[in-house]
Design a protein around this ligand. Structure first.
Ligand SMILES: NC(=O)c1ccc[n+]([C@@H]2O[C@H](COP(=O)([O-])OP(=O)(O)OC[C@H]3O[C@@H](n4cnc5c(N)ncnc54)[C@H](O)[C@@H]3O)[C@@H](O)[C@H]2O)c1
Length: 316
């Protein structure tokens, strides 16, 4: 049986593009990478080496990983025989407008054209493109070769077929696609992150708590709960026999009365307070040790969750 997703073009090989490259290759795809950066070949080789243990930890075979990846001379060469194009260039509307006009022209007609954009909805950069039915957002969380979520966000003219194909593609990559029903800047994950981040910055600026203690609060409570059951199920389970209804009508009401959320100040001095506090806690430039520790912990959580879900299924 032939596989539907054989060849991928990765356009833009920075933080996100390099991570997608490794994930695509580890799933046996041929990957053609295009980026004007002068150190492209070296950056790709380094990334494949660095990410190989993360992929192995997910049960993927990384032998011969590099043989799947080819450096393309330009975008046209990269997309020539692509089934999938994943764009990861600068977060800039004009760039995406120009690039997607080229992709529609140069990629095979069956190719799905995906953008990793963190906040720019498809419709914003496809207004002048005629053949926009196969263009949509596939927004990952960094790094996509580790974090499972991909937000699939169709534009006004994206076809249902393209949405389904995007869901099939990310499922084939063992990611967890979530389809949004409406376009909204920032999509869902980043809007939620922004909301929490705003309150956390406010609390630090007000001198209520240090950045390290905010991180302790999250990693020792909400982070664990959210990683296992999410927000709504967490509240439903936490509301006793009355479930979510009880939370909303009782605790929720009283919380709304007593808590007024803060707005972090844009005053440069106060902004500097929060920046200095983070740098004091974790260093001015984050160390390799810290990012390696994060990677190990993230992979351990993912593996433990997978195991716990399997055990639950086995016992039901
Ligand atoms: N970094 C994140 O946490 C994150 C998470 C999810 C999504 N995204 C999105 O992914 C995209 C890429 O973000 P990033 O963090 O990897 O940025 P980055 O700056 O690390 O990489 C962008 C790359 O695009 C390349 N580029 C510039 N012009 C190009 C061209 N004409 N053709 C091909 N490549 C070109 C640059 O050389 C650079 O290597 C953005 O749209 C961003 O919003 C980023």
């Amino acid at each position: 049986m032939s596989r539907p997703f054989r060849t991928a073009a990765v356009i833009g090989a920075g933080t996100i593009g390099l991570s997608w490259t490794a994930l695509f290759a580890a799933h046996g795809m041929t990957v053609r990478v295009s980026d004007p950066r002068p150190d492209l070949a070296e950056a790709v080789a380094d990334a494949l080496e660095q990410f190989a243990p993360h992929l192995t930890a997910q049960g993927l075979d990384v032998s011969g990983l590099a043989a799947h990846v080819h450096i393309a001379a330009d975008v046209t060469e990269a997309v020539r025989d692509a089934d999938i194009v994943q764009e990861n260039g600068p977060e800039n509307v004009e760039f995406k407008k120009d690039l997607f006009a080229t992709l529609v022209r140069e990629a095979p007609k069956h190719a799905l054209l995906l953008s990793s954009s963190s906040a720019i909805p498809t419709t914003t950069f496809t207004k002048e493109i005629q053949d926009a039915d196969r263009i949509l957002i596939g927004h990952p969380f960094n790094p996509p070769h580790q974090i499972p979520l991909v937000e699939v966000v169709p534009g006004e003219r994206t076809s249902k077929d393209a949405v389904q194909k995007a869901v099939d593609f990310y499922t084939f990559l063992d990611r967890t696609p979530v389809v949004l029903h409406k376009e909204i800047p920032g999509f869902v994950g980043n809007r939620l992150q922004h909301a929490i981040s705003r309150e956390a910055t406010y609390l630090v600026q007000q001198g209520v708590v240090s950045p390290q203690d905010i991180d302790k609060v999250l990693t020792n409570s909400l982070g664990i709960r959210w990683a296992t059951v999410g927000l709504f199920l967490g509240q439903h389970l936490g509301g006793g026999p009355g479930g979510y209804r009880h939370i909303v009508t009782h605790i929720g009401k009283s919380m709304s009365k007593s808590i007024t959320l803060g707005e972090p100040s844009q005053d440069p001095e106060l902004e500097e307070t929060a920046i200095k506090a983070v740098e004091k806690a974790y260093g001015t430039s984050p160390s390799t040790e810290l990012s390696e520790l994060r990677d190990r912990k993230q992979l351990a959580v993912l593996s433990a969750l997978q195991q716990a879900s399997k055990t639950g299924k086995e016992s039901t």
